[in-house]
Every structure is written in C-alpha cells, then in structure tokens.
Design a protein around this ligand. Sequence first.
Ligand code: TRP
Ligand code: SF4
Length: 439
Amino acid sequence: MADGAVFCQFHRFNFWSLVYVAAGVTGQTNKESILNTVATQHQRVLSGMRPTGRLHLGHYHGVLKNWIQLQHEYECFFFVADWHALTTHYEDPSIIEQSTWEMVVDWLAAGISPGSAKLFIQSKVPEHAELHTLLSMITPLSWLERVPTYKDQQEVLKEKDLATYGFLGYPLLQSADILVYKAGLVPVGEDQVAHVELTREVARRFNHLYGREPDFEEKAKQAASKMGKKNARMFFKYRKDYQEKGDTEALGVAQALLDSQQNISIGDKERLFGYLEGSGKIILPEPQALLTPASRMPGLDGQKMSKSYNNTIALRDDTDTVAKKLRTMPTDPARVRRDDPGDPAKCPVWSFHEIYSDDGTREWVQNGCKNASIGCVECKQPIIDAVLSELKPMQERAKEYEEDEATVKAIIDEGNEAAREVARDTLEDVRKAMGIAYL
Ligand code: TRP
Ligand code: SF4
C-alpha cells in the first residue's frame, strides 16, 4: 500500500513536471513546439463553460471579458459543455437546459458577438462524442486516474457519487472538444491546465500511432543533436542496430538513453522515441493553454467568487438584491462602532474598490477608514453604484434576448452548423488515419 502511494506520488511528480513544461510553453513560447502545433495552422481558439447555474461577476471578469477580447483577434469557438455538466449533475439534470439558454443569453449580453465567434452546444455536435470514443481506445487508464481534478473533485463533491466512467473520462471528453477543432489556443483558468496538458499527450500519442510527419527526419536529427555529440552518436548507432538488425536490446538501451535526457523538450523526446521505431505526423495538433489571468474579482466575503461559497453577485441579480448583498457584506471586524478606525487591507470591500474605483475614491476610502471619518455604509455606496452601472446595460441586453428566443436559437443553430462543418472534416482525417474510413 505504502509502496503504491510512493509510486503514485512519483508518477504524479513526473506528470506535473510535464505540466509545468507545457505551461512554460504557454508563457514563453517554445518556438519549435509552436511550429509543430499551432503556427502551421491558423490560431483557432476554443473554450467551453459548464451550464450548471447562473453566471456571476466572477465569470464576467475572469472569463467573459477575456473571450470578448479574443473574439476580435482569433477565430473563436465558444460552447456550452452540457455533457460535461452531466458528469456531475446526472442525478438531477434539470438545471442544465435552463442554464444553457441563460448562459448563452448572458454571453451575448456581455458582448460575445455571434458575428465574430461561433457559439454552440456541445451535444449538438456529436462528432465530439465520436472523437472521444476513438481517443478512449488509445488513452491509458493511468493517464486519466492521474489527472489531479479526478481525485480532488471527488473529494470536494463528496455528496455526489463521482466514481463513474463518465467522470473519469471528463478530461478526455475535453480533449476531444479541443482536438475536434484542431484548436491552437485554449483559454482556461489554472485549474484546467492539466486537462490541456492531457490533451497534448493524447494528441501526441495519436500522431505517433497514426501519423507521418513530413519533415520528421530532419526534426528528429536536430532533436538528437541537442543531446550532445557523444549521446547523439550512440543514439544513431543503437537506432541503426535496431532498425537494420532487429536488435531489441539496442532499442532498450536507446530508450533508456532518451529517458535520462534532462535537456530536451518533451516534444523532442516524443519525436526521438518515434524516430527510433518509426515516425509520426501531426494529424491532431497539440493545443496550448492560454492561461486566463487569475480573476481579481473577489466574492462578497473576500474569498474567490464562486457559487459554492455562496458569495456571488449574479449577472441577473436585480438592483435591490445587488444593493442588499453589498450593504450586508462583511467589513474590517475592528470597526465595531462608527468611530472605531479600520484598515482597508483587512476588508473585502477594499478589493471591490480596487476593481471599481478611481484614485480619488480610493484615497477617500483609505483616509476615511483609517481615521474613522467615514462609515462603512458610506464607503460601500460607490461600489453599489459602480456594480449597478456595470450590470445595467448587460441586463437590458439580456432582457431583449430573453424576449426574442427565436434569435437566440437561430444564433445557436448557426453556431452548431458551423462547428459541425469543422468537426466533420477532422473526423474524416481521424477515421482515415485509423483505418476505419471504408472509402
Ligand atoms: N472543463 C471546463 C471547465 O470546467 C469546461 C470545458 C469543457 C472546456 N470542455 C472544454 C474548457 C474545452 C476549454 C476547452 O471550466
Ligand atoms: Fe471596509 Fe470601507 Fe468600512 Fe474601511 S470603511 S472597513 S474599507 S467598508
């Protein structure tokens, strides 16, 4: 048992070092891997959201504003991940359909433009499911068991039975979501980076098994040279011995040599492993996580804004609800009475001022709080005004869409169709590569 745990830890460590290398690629753009994955096709962006409740200001500041910006810079696909919602809400799925339409309306109201981005519903593009099935054939169980969210979420959502096939496959379904569009960039939060990394590994494995890369030989040679002259020479010799004489011992030695290399990227290692035995082309390009800057939007209690902490302001909350939530939010506990001085650093209201207030107002808060010359109710008023004026135009647009269901449905129909067109093409490539095209 203890051994098993140590073994797991070891693997997890390895896995995470891979994740970090990939995350590094995201930030610092490892040139070569980009050439092989993203730049050879145009940069397509894909992201999804689970329809499990109302959107709140955390979603707006953390995700939607980012999407709105991206839609002008890239070809974007944004979708409602209703199958992913089912993995955790299968016992009572009633919230999914309602949240789906509300969510699409909120996206539109927030400024996602169907003229720039394609908006669609996952389950309306069955190619996601087909690719998921095909990828499941080549995905080692251990890769899925090792994804941190698998165990973590089971722990967090203890009241639900998440020991299901669907939940284990959650990240692989996500891989299919991404790969079916050959997306280059996937805007996600920190918690989803491991899923994008899994996607990269699955794509790499697929390409290795079923593809042939055009300038593969050249790249493999370059990769080998990064091991240093002596190692590279040994590597080529062992490869020759294996390929020409079927010397499996030489193969083993060469693999061990590759395994021990610290200075070459995972991509190069994969290439060299392939080069040892055969070669691989990229049919499914490896995506990169586009790490969304952590949202600065705090919840009403100072923790991260999240439905599970019950500290949200929903995009659809009416004026009275918003005002009441803000008026009753906690402040620096030192300010028991009006003339007790306080410290904004210890008050969640201050985090809201950091987002919503100008320098003048912030100075007024700092001084007024520390000198007890303003009261907390007074201090909150500019926040109430700012949040309400941020929500107002969104709520007006949301109301228009709510009253015009046909338009919303037409936008989604169109998005579903556009998405399917791309997805169908990918599945054709995939079936051909796997030898089940029956042409
Ligand atoms: N798992 C993502 C989340 O919980 C949602 C999601 C599903 C997704 N498929 C995706 C995000 C594909 C990006 C790309 O936030
Ligand atoms: Fe918080 Fe403002 Fe009250 Fe100070 S005055 S404790 S910053 S609400």
